[in-house]
Unconditional design. Structure first.
Length: 342
């Protein structure tokens, strides 16, 4: 029933703004949404004045479509629970916040197919940049499709950065995996170790393969026996399982273990202790990445220190820049109590 009170006024539309400013709707949209397309300054001024007069608020989704991006950055990681990726995320988030951007995170769970699915979905959400962190996996069958998706996204104005091996044709922050592992091998030789085992992931995981190859290169020419190689999962549980198998086999011919990442090394140390083998006394253990918990375990873990936060910062800086440069993150050797001098 009509009580005689006036109907509430409808909010102003873009059509109202265009009519007030005396321009086309397309011109009004470009002026308010910040499109890169040219709008004459006098027209842009009239549109903004009309919008202010009418109290018009641009629709955020329309702005994103017009600009080709939102105020978000998408970070795709292998495993959110792995301190390696959480440290990278800290750097990405810190640099993004300084630029007024918000970081969203997606987890590929080590699956190239899931990674591709995530990138396809992200393209529709129009983030300002997509940063993909994690080892490239050979033979997955998704490489060409991933390159196509990321290339289409970049062509539409997005930025693509990888934190990985230099395998795809996009700006990449790389970790010095091969040389870092080689220098760890040299350092352990200098500490008196001569007989080694390597806990590594399947060969298609490039990070593991590069670190394994680097460790062997560091031993080359030293005259020591070829290390025992035990393939396992690229996880803490994988390290635990490899150490359990080594103990069951007998480790009398092994003085030190190199696990190709710290979470594997920490899992291995737990398995050794569970079997009554004391890390740092009965057997040496070294890892790679120098995650925060490397100094919290007992004994403190020898590792190859990678500036993971700085890797995240560098990736975000690349995403915000106009260049297409690559960045190589150095790796430093840190000897701790898990590998005392022999």
């Amino acid at each position: 029933m009509d009580d005689g009170s006036p109907a509430p006024a409808s909010p102003p539309t873009l059509h109202d703004v265009a009519r007030e400013a005396g321009v086309s709707i397309a011109t009004a949209s470009r002026a308010l949404n910040g499109s890169a397309r040219n709008v004459r300054s006098e027209n842009a001024s009239r549109v903004r004045a009309a919008a202010a007069k009418l109290g018009y608020e641009p629709h955020l989704s329309a702005q994103a479509i017009a600009r080709g991006s939102t105020r978000t950055v998408a970070l795709v990681v292998r495993d959110v629970a792995d301190p390696y990726f959480s440290s990278i995320a800290v750097g990405v988030t810190e640099e993004a916040q300084a630029a007024g951007l918000i970081v969203t995170m997606a987890v590929a769970d080590g699956s190239p197919e899931r990674e591709l699915e995530i990138v396809r979905t992200l393209r529709g959400q129009r983030p300002r940049a997509i940063i993909v962190a994690g080892s490239r996996i050979d033979g997955a069958g998704t490489r060409d499709a991933l390159i196509e998706e990321l290339t289409e996204y970049r062509t539409a104005g997005g930025r693509v950065v990888l934190i990985s091996q230099r395998d795809l044709p996009f700006s990449t922050v790389t970790i010095d995996n091969h040389d870092g592992a080689a220098r760890l091998a040299t350092a352990l030789l200098g500490a008196g170790y001569r007989r080694f085992a390597v806990f590594h992931a399947p060969g298609e995981i490039r990070t593991s393969r590069d670190r394994h190859a680097g460790f062997l290169a560091g031993l080359l020419g030293s005259g020591v026996p070829e290390p025992l190689a035990i393939e396992t999962g690229f996880t803490r549980a994988g390290g635990y399982d490899a150490a359990r198998r080594l103990v069951e086999r007998g480790f009398e011919d092994v003085e030190a273990v190199f696990a190709v990442n710290d979470v594997m090394a920490i899992g291995a140390m737990t398995a050794f202790r569970d079997a009554g083998v004391i890390p740092g006394v009965d057997i040496g253990v070294g890892g790679f990445d120098d995650i925060g918990s490397a100094v919290d375990v007992v004994p403190a873990l020898t590792s190859v220190a990678v500036p993971l936060r700085e890797a995240g910062l560098s990736a975000m800086r690349l995403a915000l820049s106009d260049g297409a440069d690559d960045v190589l993150m150095p790796a430093d050797i840190v000897l701790r109590e898990s590998t005392p001098p022999r």
